[in-house]
Design a protein around this ligand. Sequence first.
Ligand SMILES: [Fe+2]
Length: 147
Amino acid sequence: MKILECKGCGHIEFDEAPDKCKVCGAAKSAFAENPTAIQKPANPAELTEGDKKHIPQIVVVKECGLIPGGCCTDVHVKVGEIEHVMTDKHLIRYIDYYLNHKFISRVWLSPEVCHPAAALHLNVTSGTLTALENCNIHGNWLSETAI
Ligand SMILES: [Fe+2]
């Protein structure tokens, strides 16, 4: 899977650049392939404390009940297994959601009032959900799950 980064704002898209950046509005030409734009654990079998503080944890709640009369798939994301700090100097700036590797939403997080976490209520019952978090110091990290 190709990792494409917007040179305007750092937003990540997969495989194909959109006509316009969905975050900053930059033109398609602002996207360039950057295989290192997303951090990975050096050894996935032996995660470091830093890995555990940044890899998003995804919890899917099927039929959460918030939206009456319809399916509602509730997708909770927490960063990370060891909770990441949220201070002015070191924080999770946002959590981006993708469905089947297409960007669907960004949740911005303010350090004074937000936990390093977000939730979305989706009207789909299947697909691949990707959560990508951005730490202001340690960059982008992602997790994926089937919903
Ligand atoms: Fe961090």
